[in-house]
Design a protein around this ligand. Sequence first.
Ligand SMILES: *Cc1c(COP(=O)(O)O)cnc(C)c1O
Length: 430
Amino acid sequence: MIYKRSSALFKEAQKYIPGGVNSPVRAFNAVGGEPIYVKEAKGAYLYDEDGNKLIDYIASWGPMILGHAYQPVVDAVIEKTKKGTSYGIPTEIETQIAKLAVEMVPGIDKIRFVNSGTEACMSAVRLARGFTGKDKIIKFAGCYHGHSDSFLIQAGSGAVTFGAPNSPGVTKGTAKDTLLANYNDLAGVKKLIEANQGEIACIIIEPVPGNMGCIIPKEGFLEGLRELCHQHSILLIFDEVMTGFRLAKGGVQELLDVQADIVTFGKVVGGGLPVGAFAAREEIMNHLAPEGPVYQAGTLSGNPLAMAAGLAMLQSLNENNEVFKSLADKTKYLHEGIAKVLTAHEIPHSINRLGSMVSVHFNEDPVVDFDSAAKANNETFKKYFHGMLKRGVYLPPSAFESYFLNDALSYADLDFTIQALNDLAPELKN
Ligand SMILES: *Cc1c(COP(=O)(O)O)cnc(C)c1O
């Protein structure tokens, strides 16, 4: 493959944009080499500036669950654009998408829309603190909740990849209110709570993490957190920015039947436009301004363009519940195909999958938390990533990221991917 134009564009970008990118993982630092520049995308495929066609397994990190340039979303956005893209005044479509989201997701009465997953998680924690009158929060090593200060403590993917789990610029004062636990370690969480009796406002967690690769919750782990939160008057926040409207219509809460107190959304909920949201039962949401004292606002929050994209996406998913099964089937097929090739070539691996999320760790021990994810062989991952890219398959450019399948992928695309790995596998051995 030729990357001449991408390479030139990256050089030019680096002159004017820090590192040439507007979000660090795009720069390929974790895998080496230079990023490709996308010219356009349709369905399951990316087309880069050098004319290469690639099968896309990141789907803009999740939002493009029904494929790129999905017609109902494209049409909705075009129609709205003609009528003006933002007024800063209420519009009917905000209530339409709120009502639909509340119907799709278990246990929520009200929802507020923001512009990113970061904003959603930051606001959810403020709301939890305001509601409980307590300051401290518990998060899990390797879980990512956006780039706001309280979360940049062992924050998974981007932050880990760049070796700065505690980013400069986050004050000690902020860091001391964020307590760290290990994913899948309920006893550890119990100890933290006991050592900080009466001080913890909330536990925030990716219920199925995707930011240290995909990790599966052990049986009883999420249920145990639910119980601990009940016992200690702590709010449980599920960060479903990745999993919401992806693993099921009602996200992990529906799929695994565990109810959180506050849920955050992003990615799919915006259909590819910048949207985030947080939601809870009425008692909690009524603490938000203007109804309650906890302040939260946004000039472009709920703008008609973003809401039109999000509504068209949620409607499509709501009317087509089989899509979640279709995605899970495709992901299982890919998982089994990859596993078969790696096993045949005696390449140590461990693959985690749930629904349409899957990740390949080059380590034969089970990957259950951040430490075990970090033990995987990153040199093999780099060769794997570049080898697949060369063969026309775009995987996440970091071992700490999940793949996000989209329903435009055909079984022929999956077979192509598995065959590409089969060609590449001998190179991965040494
Ligand atoms: C992507 C992500 C975020 C941050 O969302 P942005 O829209 O990038 O700010 C938060 N939490 C999780 C679980 C995510 O995957």
